[in-house]
Every structure is written in structure tokens, then in C-alpha cells.
Design a protein around this ligand. Structure first.
Ligand code: MIG
Length: 747
């Protein structure tokens, strides 16, 4: 049989031009300063390349590699705490994957590296893509497009961390620059990788040398920060809609949840609670008593999350506008006049979140929410997106930047004035940082919850993310898995997509299938757009409602396990949703699987992602796996065809694990004193259990309890790892193959 041609031969034979061949590289005009040093970061060798263009003293300050605890601004260099050693090689060689770089124009830098045959590419934040990013180019320039079709390239979020996995080991690059980047990952099928960075300001690049995937994430999040523990309520079910139009509807939706016994912790208020979309206001007619509404809902154990956009209505009599103008806090055009763009309120001005004083001002404004008892803030439209503007504001095929004065607007970096495109990818993140710092300042004893659409590397310190306007399409249900796994591999564990899909009409079957996987999204929210079919779990009749109830109840039963996973993320940057090769790097089959994922170490999720399907093939890695809903364990290391009835939890539990479960709860308010059942899968097992108050920051000062649990030869042991929290009385039970018994945890 004739061998298939290699892609490179195929291109060659057709004389097709390829981009990035070395002979076509532009000339290197670099005359600035570059330095390379190396350090051991959490056991990973990291090279740090700092490059400043001619005329600049240093590369720009970072907003990703910083420690907010060490002072607000200018950003403290987190990497400074690491023992960086100047490299002996002045010629800056020896970077992973043969990376070389150059300056090709005043505002353009190019990087070239090799992608070995068979290597996989992951990370880069939010990509509308399958798991492996190889084989196309990816533009990192924060952008909102409500229709996520396959040709869409720039998305809402940009996280310039690329992980290259080869033969079970990983290497990676973090190009710390919030300017436009275009990563071409073997797009020409010639084994070449390249990055085009459009910036006049230089950059810092971190290169991670060969290590394991968990170690790489630990090192990356050691540089860019880690997720704090969310409040328990934010891990519960959140119900949203654009929009619940008035107080009465909100109360009625909440009442339905309780009456129908469908667990829920949060009702989300989209833009219509505002007074004609003015930020930090509420509509006097439809939401006359916002604080009263929130208090009412709190009486029924509901929290409220409210949306806020960055655009401030340009209106002489509007206080926020007046005050911001007086203080000169809004961005300006190159000619010094205020920049005005259209958003929901009409003509708007935009705070310059690069400035510390502006963030403090915006942080203080979160008092509007906390005064009304609102615990969570949802930041939308913060790419920033405007209506009727050239979109994206810099065409994707641009290869140089316009003059800073022609980059939509200028902003004030600590180092001086800068064109917006140079720092665009920071806008949403710094808005969320202000929200996070504001909530923390206002409620110092409570864990803040912020949700954002747009962000940059390091967002995990400030906010959870959702992936924006998906559709009620089966394709988008399927894409949610690889997209969220790549978010996790970009350092952002607290993520989710709109369950049921945002745009278009959901169907009963789709909603149930979506909840089957959605209960494993770290951020667990049902949301839908106006004019689409209502999408609450009870909106599709009794059969779908029954399934949704069972699935959402399962989410609540998993709360102690989910909390364990957030502890892991807090300690070492591990995502909750993990690709199979996270734990099975030696298993070649594990790399191409993007319709299954590991939820922590012990649960493998294999959702049904197709309409009308009643079964699917599932690949189980080595070991023995117990179907989540019961039944004989299945052997790993092979494919199985498994029946997947609608409404059943599509997961498998690793033999040898102990999973902590809470009982079914209507909200997380019941959690603290709820009995906990440790379920051992198989005749021996190991697991963790942690306790903390679920709301305060005491866990940062040892205010938590932790046990290592084992069960072997019929004997249960709990080894105390930390004891620092006096928990309310609760019962502990052990469940194993022979039954259930009460157990006592060591103190
Ligand atoms: O242009 O606030 O992605 O979740 O419901 C729409 C209204 C603006 C976009 C968000 C979506 C939200 C909607 N917003």
C-alpha cells in the first residue's frame, strides 16, 4: 500500500508558500537591553528573559507576576522573591524548544521555536478550540464576539502561557505582555512555532524547562498567583437570566427553587436591575428596594450576584460620571479629549483601570453592592466592548501597531502614557482586581466573589471566569470540555460556561445533558439571553425537572470533595477539570481525549455530548473504575461502550479512593453541620477531608481542619494533618462494600 504523504511533502509538492520559514524572517533591529537569568521555581527550572527596547531602562511592569498582598501599586515583582541567577551565556541561548527572538520593527517582536513531531500544545487561556491547540494560529487580543463559530479567533480572555507536552513531559512559555500576540502553532504544518508580539514596550518571557504537567502549573501559579478559597455559597448552583425584569420575578424564581426542592444558592441580577444601565444604581420602579429584596432572599438562604459594566453613562447629572470627570479618571483619546463609546446606557466614558487611584475609587464604589447586602460582583463587557465600534479595534492581520495616540484611547501606566492596544488585555482583569479589593475592604471577614468575562494571566487571584456568550448548541456543550480544561491549564481553575447555553433555545434533552457535565464545572451557573426560551431547571416540564434536580443534588453531595479540590488549587495551582494525561502522562491514549476529563484525581467524567445518544465509548485509564451511580467496576486501560441514560451522572470513580459526601441540601447554608459520609470505593482507599467555616479568611491562618483518611483491611483511620477550626457538631459516617458505620475523626 502506498504510504500517505507527510503534510510537509504535500505542501512542497504543490509549491505552497509557508509562513515563518527562516529565510523569510525579517531583519533583527534590536538595540535595546536584554538579560537572561534562571531560577528554581517550585522545583522547575525557569529562565526569565527580560527585554527592554532601545531608549527604555527596563521591560514594563507586570500586572500578572505580582503579589497583591505586598502592596497595591506599583506592582511588586513576585518573581523578585525568587533566587534569580544571571545566566553565564550572554548570547541568550539555550531556551526550551530552541526559542529565539528578535525585534522586527519598532512595535513588533518575533519569536520562533520548534514543535517536535507528536508534541501537543495546551493553555493560552480561552481558545475556541479543541484541547490540542496545535495546527492553527491563536490571536490574543481581548475581544467579544457573541457568535462563537469555529472561525472565531480572538476571544474574551488572553493568557499567554503555552504548554508543550511531548513524551509525557512538558515545557512552556509565558510571554508576559498584555499587548496583541499571535501564536502560530505549527499552523503551516512545518513543525514551527512562532509568536508575533505587537508592542513598543518590550516584555518579560518565562520559559519552563522540562517537567511534569502538575509541576509546571505549580511553577506558573507561583509566579502569577493562585485562587483563594471561594465562599461555599459560590460553589453552589447559581441561577441567572438576561434579565429577570423586576423584583417580583426574582422573588418568584427563588420561591420556585425552594418549593420544587431544586438546590440553589444564588440568583443573579443582569443589567436590568440598574436605573437605565447607570452603574451602581437600581431602577426605582422595578427594583425599588434592592437592599430589601436581597435581605428577603437571604432569609431563604439565597445570595445575590449583580452585574456591572465598565462604561459609565456620560450624563452631566450622574454622580459617578461627575465625580470621575472631576478626578480625571476616564481614558482619553490621543488629542486629550475624553474617549466616548456606546454601550447599554448610551454614550459612556471608561475608567482607566491601569491607575492605582482609579482602582481605589472603583473599589470604593463596590460599597453600593455591599450596602445592599450583595455578596458577588459580575464584571461584563470589560474587554472593553462597545456597540458599533470597529471590532476588534485592531484588525487580526495587522503586523505593526499604530501610533499610541491612535490606539482607541491612551492609558496611564505607572511608567507613563501608553496606547490602549499595548495594555488592552489587562483592562478587564484590573477592573476585576478593583472589584475584588473593594469587596475585601468592605467585608474584610468574608471571601469575595467576583466573576469576569475578560482577563489576562493572573486573574485567578481576583475572580472566577465564565466563557461568555455560548449558544444552546450541542457543539458548544461539547466544546465546553476542552475549553475549560485549557482554562485550567492556563492557571484559572474557577471557571464555567453558561449551562443550557446563552443564546438560542435550549431543549429539555439538552438542558439535562448540559447539567450532567455542568455539575462538574467549578463555576456552576445556568444563564440565558433575552428572547430565548426560559431555561430554569423547572422550565421544561416534570421529566426534565426531575433529572435536573437529581443532578444538582449530586453537585451538592459532592461539595466536600469540590472543596478539597479548591484547597488543592489554592496550594499548588492544580485545576479542578484536568485532562487525562494530568495523572496518566505515560498513557499515550490520554493525550487526544477531549470529551472526557478528570475532576480531581478520583473522578473521571465522560459526558454525553450528542443529541439522541443513549450510550458512548469511554476510555478508562489504568486501574479499576466504579460507575458513579453504582454497578460493577470496569477495568481501565481500554475503551468501553457504556449506556448513558438521560439524567444519570456520567462519571466513574477511581478504585482505591475515599470521597467525602454531604447529604442533599437545598443550599450550602446547610453544609456546616451536615453529616459527612466518607465513601470508600473498593476494599481499600485513601482520601482527604478538610473543614473550614466556608466564608471567612481564617483558613489563611491555619483556621481549618484537615485529615488524611485511609481504609484498609476493614480498618478506618483518620490522620490529623491540621487542626485550627472549631466546627459545629456534625456526624461522620464511613460507607464501604459491607455497609455504613459511624466514625470519629482524630483530634
Ligand atoms: O451584549 O448583560 O456575556 O452574559 O447576559 C450583551 C447582558 C451583554 C453579555 C454577557 C451576557 C449578559 C449580557 N451581556
Amino acid at each position: 500500500m502506498k504510504q500517505l504523504e507527510s503534510p510537509a511533502d504535500w505542501l512542497e509538492a504543490r509549491k505552497l508558500k509557508t509562513r515563518g520559514a527562516s529565510s523569510e524572517r525579517p531583519e533583527n533591529i534590536f538595540e535595546g537591553k536584554a538579560s537572561l537569568d534562571r531560577a528554581d521555581v517550585q522545583g522547575v527550572r525557569v529562565s526569565r528573559l527580560r527585554v527592554a527596547p532601545a531608549g527604555a531602562e527596563a521591560p514594563p511592569l507586570s500586572y500578572a507576576v505580582s503579589d497583591p498582598a505586598e502592596g497595591p501599586d506599583p506592582v511588586v515583582d513576585r518573581a523578585a522573591g525568587i533566587d534569580w541567577r544571571e545566566s553565564e551565556k550572554p548570547q541568550l541561548e539555550g531556551l526550551p524548544l530552541g526559542l529565539v527572538w528578535q525585534q522586527s520593527a519598532e512595535s513588533r517582536w518575533d519569536f520562533y521555536f520548534k514543535l517536535p513531531e507528536g508534541a501537543f500544545c495546551f493553555g493560552l487561556g480561552e481558545r475556541l478550540s479543541g484541547l490540542n491547540l496545535r495546527g492553527r494560529a491563536h490571536t490574543l487580543f481581548n475581544h467579544s464576539d457573541p457568535v462563537h463559530v469555529p472561525s472565531l479567533d480572538p476571544m474574551y480572555k488572553s493568557i499567554p502561557l503555552l504548554i508543550v507536552a511531548h513524551h509525557g513531559r512538558c515545557q512552556g512559555f509565558f510571554l508576559d505582555s498584555p499587548a496583541r500576540q499571535r501564536w502560530s502553532l505549527d499552523a503551516e504544518l512545518d513543525g514551527e512555532g512562532s509568536i508575533e508580539l505587537l508592542s513598543r514596550r518590550g516584555f518579560t518571557l518565562y520559559a519552563f524547562e522540562e517537567c511534569s504537567l502538575p509541576d509546571l502549573l505549580a511553577a506558573f501559579t507561583s509566579l502569577t498567583g493562585r485562587t483563594k478559597l471561594p465562599p461555599n455559597w459560590a460553589l453552589g448552583h447559581q441561577q441567572s437570566r438576561w434579565s429577570y425584569p423586576d423584583e417580583k420575578t426574582v422573588k418568584e424564581v427563588a420561591r420556585q427553587f425552594r418549593e420544587r426542592k431544586i438546590p440553589c444558592d444564588t440568583i443573579v441580577l443582569d443589567i436590568d436591575y440598574m436605573d437605565e444601565y447607570r452603574v451602581f444604581t437600581h431602577d426605582p420602579e422595578r427594583f425599588p428596594d434592592l437592599g430589601g429584596l436581597v435581605a428577603d432572599l437571604a432569609g431563604d438562604d439565597f445570595n445575590v450576584v449583580a452585574i456591572v459594566d465598565p462604561g459609565v453613562k456620560k450624563e452631566a447629572r450622574f454622580g459617578v460620571y461627575q465625580d470621575g470627570m472631576k478626578r480625571d479618571f476616564f481614558v482619553k483619546k490621543g488629542d486629550g479629549k475624553p474617549f466616548v463609546g456606546k454601550v447599554w446606557p448610551g454614550q459612556c466614558v471608561f475608567p482607566d483601570f491601569l491607575r492605582h487611584d482609579v482602582r481605589v475609587w472603583w473599589a470604593a464604589m463596590q460599597g453600593f453592592f455591599t450596602d445592599n447586602g450583595i455578596k458577588g460582583v459580575w464584571n461584563d463587557m470589560n474587554e472593553p466592548q462597545m456597540i458599533g465600534q470597529q471590532d476588534p479595534p485592531l484588525p487580526v492581520d495587522a503586523v505593526e501597531l499604530p501610533d499610541p495616540r491612535h490606539q482607541m484611547f491612551v492609558q496611564q501606566a505607572p511608567e507613563g502614557e501608553v496606547g490602549h492596544f499595548e495594555v488592552r488585555n489587562l483592562y478587564g482583569m484590573l477592573m476585576s482586581r478593583a472589584a475584588h479589593e473593594g469587596l475585601t475592604a468592605m467585608n474584610p471577614d468574608e471571601r469575595p466573589f467576583v466573576l469576569t468575562r475578560s482577563c489576562y494571566a493572573g486573574i485567578q487571584k481576583y475572580a472566577a471566569v465564565w466563557l461568555g456568550d455560548n449558544m444552546s448548541w450541542w457543539e458548544h456543550l461539547a466544546l465546553s470540555v476542552p475549553m475549560l480544561v485549557n482554562m485550567g491549564l492556563s492557571g484559572v481553575p474557577f471557571c464555567g460556561v453558561d449551562i443550557g447555553g446563552f443564546g438560542d433555545d435550549c431543549s429539555p434533552e439538552m438542558l439535562v445533558r448540559w447539567y450532567e457535565v455542568g455539575i462538574f464545572y467549578p463555576f456552576f451557573r445556568n444563564h440565558s439571553a433575552m428572547k430565548t426560551r426560559l431555561q430554569e431547571p423547572f422550565a421544561f416540564g416534570p421529566a426534565a425537572e426531575k433529572h435536573c434536580r437529581h443532578l444538582i443534588e449530586t453537585r451538592y453531595r459532592l461539595l466536600p470533595y469540590i472543596r478539597n479540590l479548591f484547597w488543592e488549587a489554592y496550594r499548588n495551582g492544580a485545576p479542578l477539570m484536568r485532562p487525562l494525561f494530568w495523572d496518566y502522562p505515560g498513557d499515550e491514549n490520554a493525550y487526544e481525549i477531549e470529551d472526557q476529563f478528570l475532576f480531581g484525581r478520583d473522578i473521571l467524567v465522560a459526558p454525553v455530548l450528542k443529541r439522541g445518544a443513549g450510550r458512548r465509548t469511554v476510555y478508562l485509564p489504568e486501574g479499576l473504575w466504579h460507575p458513579f451511580e453504582g454497578g460493577a467496576p470496569l477495568p481501565g486501560g481500554r475503551l468501553h461502550t457504556v449506556n448513558m441514560e438521560l439524567g444519570r451522572v456520567p462519571a466513574f470513580v477511581r478504585d482505591g479512593s475515599i470521597i467525602p459526601y454531604s447529604p442533599v441540601m437545598q443550599s450550602t447554608a446547610e453544609y456546616e453541620s451536615a453529616p459527612i459520609t466518607f465513601r470508600c470505593y473498593g476494599d481499600r482507599g485513601i482520601g482527604l477531608f478538610t473543614e473550614d467555616d466556608g466564608i471567612s479568611l481564617e483558613y489563611e491562618n491555619e483556621g481549618y481542619n484537615e485529615w488524611l483518611l485511609t481504609f484498609e483491611k476493614g480498618e478506618f483511620r483518620s490522620q490529623l494533618v491540621n487542626y485550627g477550626y472549631i466546627a459545629p457538631e456534625r456526624q461522620y459516617l464511613l460507607e464501604h462494600e459491607d455497609g455504613v458505620e459511624a466514625v470519629v475523626l482524630e483530634k
